[in-house]
Ligand binder design. Structure first.
Ligand SMILES: Cc1cc2nc3c(=O)[nH]c(=O)nc-3n(C[C@H](O)[C@H](O)[C@H](O)COP(=O)(O)OP(=O)(O)OC[C@H]3O[C@@H](n4cnc5c(N)ncnc54)[C@H](O)[C@@H]3O)c2cc1C
Length: 498
């Protein structure tokens, strides 16, 4: 099929990441014939979704709930402590980490639809697995999960993407690659198509309904500087280079209301020498997420954040900003031999900015850009402040903190005195932006007058109002899936009546 063959499609979907593909599959389920346009070439398809580790979050109160999503062996059912994660827990995590700003209707829609949506994805061939790495530890001989998160999309981003595209193929939904949506067709107060560019030609795809699911604005340096703040144009981007805010701008141009935390984004500690955008071979390997067992120092040789304030799940997505605010926009994570065995896999990749030393003095000389004298004083002050009488327990918030420091460490504080020492240099890696368009729980895009724009639906990163300041780990994919599915269903229903 060529673009010029499309004659008033039921639903046109912009983007081919997780949210968009869930929208396309749901629209098809609801009886529509969707078409998908994607700006990337086929060889770079998948958007940010391709880069994910794949962790995901949903409500489970017992083993029956878990088995709806995960195939567990008899041994796992008997011997693994998965814990529980209630509706209230998920809602509270959303509220707490967003400083109670998340849109309550969207938060409820996310929490209540998360598990049913993942179950629906299974029917489309998407597979899940228990997330032992990074989310569980042996406690008294029993594998025990912590942080309310037990599940991964099987095979991470590459396999998730492959399965989503396979599902599109199976459903007979066409995808037009290297086809960039530029603007919406807006007539008589309704969205009724998209203007796209392909091969240097412009085409108008008329459609009864449009779903925008084409990402945030994190890959657009100018928008990062304008909205996230000065210096953000220099930040690394963890994933795709194609999420340039085009969908948000198209929607705003026809009166959609900007919504959410426009100066906020999901941003992590990311290798200081990582590529400017994600590297498909490295995936999320540039992240450095064992900082809870480290001390982090800046160019002045000083600590600047409570590394152990909470589980990684609830701090990693905001600590990229804290690193961004430091002089020179970098930090070093320092570990000693005692915690080396707790470091996540990403610390062992080839593409890593790492130094090692047998003494703290030697280490001080190797931390590029750091004041060595002040660094040594910082370690001394920190070591003296560690509450050594409180036992160290990596899987619970152990309360083994520091006393009397200007910047405390609340949990998992260990002295740094057991060589050899290791240090890793990080900068800010932006994952996705939080500001976007306003939707209601049917994913209808709201206009400045407070009404839905007929024919226009949105999902995924480009929706504002869900995340503010921070993010509970594993919420991006499930949010894209939940709202993608709702958007596709709503668009198909709308198209039927149009
Ligand atoms: C390194 C990394 C690790 C992550 N790990 C996790 C994780 O473990 N768990 C989790 O839940 N989340 C994770 N995330 C977040 C997750 O990737 C996103 O929340 C989610 O994939 C976003 O889905 P989406 O469909 O909105 O966007 P995308 O998957 O980015 O899809 C948007 C698509 O739109 C296309 N597009 C953009 N502009 C246009 C245009 N004008 N015309 C046509 N097409 C366009 C893009 O090319 C892209 O394919 C991670 C992200 C990164 C970068």
């Amino acid at each position: 099929m060529k673009l010029s063959d499309i004659n008033n499609a039921d639903v046109v979907i912009v983007g081919a990441g997780n949210a968009a593909i869930c929208a396309a599959l749901a629209a098809k389920d609801a009886g529509a014939n969707p078409v998908v346009v994607e700006t990337a070439p086929e060889s770079e398809r998948g958007g940010n979704t391709f880069f994910v580790a794949g962790s995901t979050r949903w409500v489970f109160n017992n083993l029956d709930d878990i088995r709806e999503v995960l195939d567990l062996s008899a041994d796992e059912q008997k011997n693994v402590d998965f814990g529980t994660y209630s509706r209230e827990d998920f809602l509270e995590d959303m509220g707490r980490v967003t400083q109670y700003r998340c849109d309550p209707n969207l938060a409820e829609a996310l929490v209540d639809n998360a598990r049913p949506t993942l179950v629906w994805m299974r029917t489309k061939g998407i597979k899940f697995e228990p997330m032992y790495k990074g989310q569980s530890q042996k406690v008294n001989g029993r594998v025990t999960f912590f942080g309310g998160q037990i599940c991964n999309f099987w095979g991470g981003g590459p396999e998730l993407s492959a399965s989503l595209f396979k599902a599109l193929d199976k459903a007979g939904i066409p995808v037009f690659y290297e086809t960039t949506a530029q603007s919406l067709v807006y007539e008589h107060g309704k969205a009724c198509g998209v203007v796209v560019e392909q091969g240097g030609e412009q085409y108008t795809i008329r459609a009864k309904a449009v779903v925008l699911a084409c990402g945030g604005f994190q890959s657009n340096a100018e928008m990062r500087a304008r909205y996230l703040g000065p210096g953000y144009e220099l930040a690394k981007v963890r994933g795709t280079q194609y999420n340039n805010g085009a969908g948000i701008q198209m929607a705003l141009a026809i009166g959609a209301v900007p919504h959410g935390h426009w100066s906020g984004s999901h941003a992590v500690g990311w290798d200081r020498n990582a590529t400017p955008y994600g590297d498909r071979a490295v995936g999320d390997g540039f992240q450095k997420h064992s900082y809870i067992f480290s001390i982090m120092v800046n160019a002045n040789g000083e600590r600047f954040v409570d590394e152990g304030a909470d589980f990684r799940n609830f701090t990693y997505a905001k600590y990229g900003h804290v690193v961004q605010q430091q002089p020179g926009m970098f930090a070093w994570q320092i570990f000693d031999q005692k915690v080396e065995h707790l470091l996540r896999d990403e610390y062992r990749i080839k593409q890593v900015t790492k130094v090692t030393a047998n003494t703290l003095e030697e280490l001080a000389g190797k931390l590029e850009g750091v004041d060595p004298k002040r660094f040594l004083e910082t370690v001394k002050e920190y070591n003296a402040a560690v509450q050594k009488d409180v036992p160290f327990e990596p899987v619970v918030k152990d309360g083994r903190g520091t006393t009397g420091l200007k910047v405390p460490k609340t949990n998992w504080a260990n002295t740094i005195d057991n060589p050899p020492y290791q240090a890793y240099a990080v900068t800010c890696g932006v994952t996705f932006t939080f500001g976007g368009v306003k939707i209601d729980p049917t994913c209808s895009v709201q206009n400045v007058a407070g009404h839905g724009i007929p024919g226009l639906f949105a999902a995924g990163e480009m929706v504002g109002g869900i995340f503010y300041f921070n993010y509970p780990s594993g919420s991006g994919l499930v949010s894209g899936a939940v709202f993608g599915r709702l958007a596709g269903t709503s668009a198909a229903r709308y198209a039927k009546q149009a």
